[in-house]
Design a protein around this ligand. Structure first.
Ligand code: SF4
Ligand code: ZN
Length: 278
């Protein structure tokens, strides 16, 4: 298969998912969560290609968590791609929003990924709402989705099952819904797309990634896949066919401190901020 054919296939699959699930409607304003990694960069390129055809507005948001020797390269790549495609990029950081860097608080948590994800989602949601975005597009690919599902299973965290699928509906007025345009695209194809098209992406791994449960599940699935090709695709097909997302039963309210959506009086970000500042 030549490059053009490959691009046609991968972009066609992304477009098919967006149209098939009506992830984007005409007139919407989509904010891409752009880390500079290959997945978010492909998401940006794919949505940029589609924006005039499907008639929507596009902005990118990048969040600098404060991970020394790693994140600054990603931010530079995000800037380059946004500029290349003529997409406005909004830059935010843990330092500006919360007055700390992730590196300085990792000893307070069992894994750096826990505060990283909570504060990043908080910033993305707040920023997307501030700029009037109707949805946030993330770069979650098919492998990420399977890993997340298995992590929820391993933790017995049934509520997280409701996050399975290409779209997370709005369950609180202050929550900006999420879409995952790469939901049905395997990670290996995203990597190949970046290499074949010589697209500037940040390929380094986060220095904390080996500490996460996700990385062990990813290695396990990759090992299975190397022994039996197609395992991941079949897992995904099984999940899609048999799994009915649970509707959120608890309902969200607003955090009494910051006003962001929360399942309790205080959201996770505010809870963690108290822990960090204590
Ligand atoms: Fe954050 Fe963990 Fe991802 Fe690193 S691997 S960017 S710490 S979530
Ligand atoms: Zn809060």
């Amino acid at each position: 298969m030549d490059v053009q054919e490959f691009n046609h296939r991968i972009m066609g699959r992304i477009r098919g998912l967006i149209e098939g699930h009506e992830l984007i409607k005409p007139g919407e304003h989509i904010a891409v969560a752009l880390s500079g990694g290959k997945d978010s960069v492909l998401t940006l390129h794919a949505l940029s290609d589609l924006r005039s055809d499907l008639d929507f507005e596009l902005t990118a948001i990048t969040v600098d968590e404060g991970i020394g020797g790693y994140r600054s390269e990603g931010v530079m790549v995000a800037r380059e791609n946004a500029e290349l495609l003529g997409v406005e990029l909004i830059e935010r950081s843990f330092r500006d929003e919360f007055n700390f860097e992730l590196d300085s608080v990792t000893d307070r948590f069992s894994s750096p990924c826990i505060p990283c994800g909570v504060f990043r989602r908080w910033i993305l949601n707040r920023t997307a709402r501030e700029i009037g975005a109707s949805k946030i597009a993330t770069g979650h690919n098919m492998d990420d989705e399977i890993q997340s599902f298995i992590m929820s299973l391993a933790r017995g965290d049934v509520r997280k099952f409701s996050k399975f699928g290409p779209e997370l509906q709005r369950i609180h007025p202050a929550m900006v819904p999420r879409i995952k345009p790469l939901w049905s695209t395997p990670e290996s194809e995203v990597r190949l797309w970046a290499v074949l098209n010589d697209v500037k992406v940040h390929l380094d791994s986060c220095p904390y990634s080996d500490l996460s449960m996700r990385s062990r599940i990813r290695d396990f699935l990759n090992h299975l896949e190397s022994e039996k090709q197609g395992v991941k695709l079949r897992v995904m097909e099984s999940l899609s066919r048999t799994f009915l997302p649970l509707s959120e039963t608890e309902g969200l309210r607003e955090c009494l401190r910051c006003g962001e959506p929360s399942s309790g009086d205080k959201c996770k970000a505010c809870e963690f901020l108290e822990l960090i500042k204590s």
